[in-house]
Design a protein around this ligand. Sequence first.
Ligand SMILES: *[C@@H]1O[C@H](CO)[C@@H](O)[C@H](O)[C@H]1NC(C)=O
Ligand SMILES: *[C@@H]1O[C@H](CO)[C@@H](O)[C@H](O)[C@H]1NC(C)=O
Ligand SMILES: *[C@@H]1O[C@H](CO)[C@@H](O)[C@H](O)[C@H]1NC(C)=O
Ligand SMILES: *[C@@H]1O[C@H](CO)[C@@H](O)[C@H](O)[C@H]1NC(C)=O
Ligand SMILES: *[C@@H]1O[C@H](CO)[C@@H](O)[C@H](O)[C@H]1NC(C)=O
Length: 273
Amino acid sequence: MFILSVALVLAIPFVAAQSTSNDTAVQIEAIEAHFTQADLVPALLATFNPSAIMTISFDSVTNVSPGQALTQDQVAPTPTLTITPANSSVDLTGNYTLAMVDADVVGSDESNITRHWLENSVTISNGVVSNSSATAITSYAGPAPASGSGPHRYVVILLQQPSSFSPPSDFSQPNIGVSMFDFNGYVKDSQLGAVVAANYFTVEVGTSTVSLSITTSAVQSSTLASVSGATGTSTSGSTAATGTGSAKNAASVVKAAPATLFLGIVALAVALM
Ligand SMILES: *[C@@H]1O[C@H](CO)[C@@H](O)[C@H](O)[C@H]1NC(C)=O
Ligand SMILES: *[C@@H]1O[C@H](CO)[C@@H](O)[C@H](O)[C@H]1NC(C)=O
Ligand SMILES: *[C@@H]1O[C@H](CO)[C@@H](O)[C@H](O)[C@H]1NC(C)=O
Ligand SMILES: *[C@@H]1O[C@H](CO)[C@@H](O)[C@H](O)[C@H]1NC(C)=O
Ligand SMILES: *[C@@H]1O[C@H](CO)[C@@H](O)[C@H](O)[C@H]1NC(C)=O
């Protein structure tokens, strides 16, 4: 974890310095770093190499930063999802499957995933995810984490849906409510393709009753914010997520924090020289 974090932080200024002509490449690096920092990779997604950036916007909060802490009211309406390709050779035609899952708090039981949104055959129309010919297996259900259970990570994922797509019988009809979900099992059984883009936000209700305080995206965000600030983008500004009990990666995240921040600043200084 420590070595990986350092490697990411060192890599990002390098990418930033190389790609001032196209911010999307920096944003791809940034979202990959956020997902690793928040332990969504590998706890939820074994790997994450998006070919596009997903921007989540709710009625009252547009352009949500990765991991941004939002209230239950803010995330109640169905969001609009904007998809920006990494470069002009990324093809965004065809069908996609859209999912939103509650990946619980950092360090929680990795199998404790709840489905909040599942639509098959969405398309990308003028850069926006469209449901005009989609099937809503589970219509968007706004987050409502248990009070005191800490900041839950809500992950919105867009996957390639090839013509061989064949959903399992228990997910082939619309109007299935929110329930526990074997996300990776579903992806495999349905023969869905690669994750094209993903993003996440956090929602916490009440005050966490668990004592251990950790930082997830905060450290990486501030590092990335300074890097992207230098190239004129705004990929970050995420807030700290605190809470959780037996966070298995919490200790290494905390340990890595000062070092990554320091190295990030040093690397930025070098990049600017
Ligand atoms: C375009 O982006 C994709 C996905 O990130 C990448 O695999 C590919 O190498 C890129 N192509 C070019 C020409 O930069
Ligand atoms: C930057 O990426 C966008 C997104 O597809 C692409 O349209 C544009 O041509 C790229 N610009 C440069 C300078 O590579
Ligand atoms: C799983 O998530 C539910 C709902 O968020 C929660 O009530 C339960 O305690 C969690 N179980 C485990 C084992 O983490
Ligand atoms: C499409 O989205 C709108 C709101 O975002 C929703 O009201 C409608 O039920 C959705 N339709 C399908 C088929 O998912
Ligand atoms: C895309 O989805 C629509 C609606 O389900 C379907 O009619 C069409 O055949 C699909 N196209 C491909 C290429 O899978």
